[in-house]
Design a binder for this molecule. Structure first.
Ligand code: SAM
Length: 375
């Protein structure tokens, strides 16, 4: 009888063949397998999918070590320097880096933090435990924010922060299966109680769907070739297997340009698994509606798709949806809900040097007016 979770069993399979993989200085993982090893490997892969079924629905909820370096911390503190009282929402709590600094800078605010990752919430609970009732934390996806506000009796917000994307522990913990550099079962779920993981996306999607994901979520030039190669190589169980398939699918000349050849594929699959772009517009709109007059919303994004969603939701709130010609008086009666706050858009060179993961960050901020849809 076979014992152990799918993760544990896959992991021991991976560990037992870990020695056949090598990592080059550029991070590219290459296989040194012989043809015989390849055959054994593909038999092992088929057994893998048949034996193990789905990934476990609950992950490690230890709350141990969820350290993440908060990006553009000084700029965020500056954006919210006018906070005095009321409830501040952190919609992407992570390791509570921004949260701790904001709570320290504003001793009279109440704080509501949410994250879809159980480990992030557990870690932040223990990190912020000395602050007692000032802090309320919930495990939730931010598109459920309206519900969370009702459940916690929060009528309006004094400020809100979305620091999008993944946190460092999610990328760095091998067993989370986010990284093409670490050999692990394909997973990539931010919320480990969610059923769909990268394993299902990679092994169950049609070529057309895979191609669409790669193109739309990551602008992958070789989306068609990679999608075909993935379908040909299935079943694919692990991050390194997927990285190898992608590397082999890309023309040799292109492999040497623009970072790791599998970077975009992994980003695209992660975005699909977590439905990151799909759920963002409504979440931002709900939060803008919940801001009190004068309250600010800051969005830090790390991906052009996220940034363009933030930009268009903010733009719509800025115009109130008015499309009257700018050279004529407005006749539609729609009113602006927010004003754009001009602020530094990107991390300083010093921060980018110290924290490579901050490099792609873009900051957008709006401030709620006392007019608009809900007033
Ligand atoms: C970049 S980290 C935030 C780091 C945090 N600002 C800090 O200083 O530690 C992003 C976090 O947002 C969470 N997250 C991403 N999408 C989410 C969503 N739709 N709902 C709730 N949390 C989400 C992730 O699980 C991750 O912990």
């Amino acid at each position: 009888m076979i014992r152990g979770t799918r993760n544990e069993l896959l992991h021991s399979t991976i560990t037992s063949r870990a020695s056949v993989f090598g990592s080059f200085p550029d991070g590219t993982v290459r296989s040194f397998n012989s043809a015989r090893c390849h055959r054994a490997h593909s038999e092992e892969k088929s057994r893998g999918l048949m034996l193990f079924g789905k990934l476990p629905r609950t992950g490690v909820v230890s709350g141990a070590m969820f350290n993440h370096e908060p990006v553009m911390l000084n700029e965020i503190l500056e954006v919210f320097s006018g906070l005095s009282t009321g409830t501040f929402l952190d919609a992407t709590l992570g390791g509570a880096g921004h949260a701790s600094a904001l709570l320290k800078a504003h001793p009279d605010i109440e704080f509501l933090g949410i994250d879809r990752d159980h480990e992030a919430v557990a870690f932040s609970k223990s990190k912020l435990s000395s602050l007692g009732e000032r802090v309320t934390l919930r495990h939730a996806r931010f598109d459920r924010v309206a519900e969370v506000l009702v459940q916690t009796g929060t009528h309006s917000l004094a400020g809100a922060l979305f620091d999008l994307g993944v946190s460092s522990p999610q990328l760095d913990q091998e067993q989370r299966g986010f990284s093409y550099r670490l050999d692990a079962p394909l997973d990539m779920r931010m919320d480990q109680s969610q059923s769909m993981s990268a394993l299902e996306v990679i092994n169950d999607s049609s070529i057309e769907h895979l191609e669409k994901i790669l193109r739309e979520n990551a602008d992958e030039r070789f989306a068609g070739r990679i999608a075909k190669a993935i379908v040909r190589a299935r079943p694919i169980n692990t991050t390194v297997e997927l990285a190898e398939v992608v590397i082999a699918a890309i023309p040799a000349a292109a492999r040497r340009r623009g970072g790791h050849p599998a970077k975009r594929t992994f980003q695209a699959i992660r975005i699909e698994v977590n439905q990151e772009l799909v759920i963002l517009p409504n979440a931002l709109t709900d939060v803008i509606k919940a801001l009190s007059p004068g309250a600010r919303l800051a969005v830090l994004s790390y991906h052009s798709g996220e940034d363009s969603i933030a930009k268009s939701v903010m733009r719509l709130a800025e115009t109130g949806g008015c499309t009257c010609p700018t050279n004529l008086p407005c006749v539609c009666g729609r009113q602006a809900l927010v004003r754009r706050v001009r602020t530094v858009k990107t991390p300083s060179v010093a921060e980018q040097t110290l924290n490579r993961r901050s490099t792609a960050a873009r900051l957008r901020v709006v401030e709620r007016l006392s007019t608009g849809w809900e007033s």
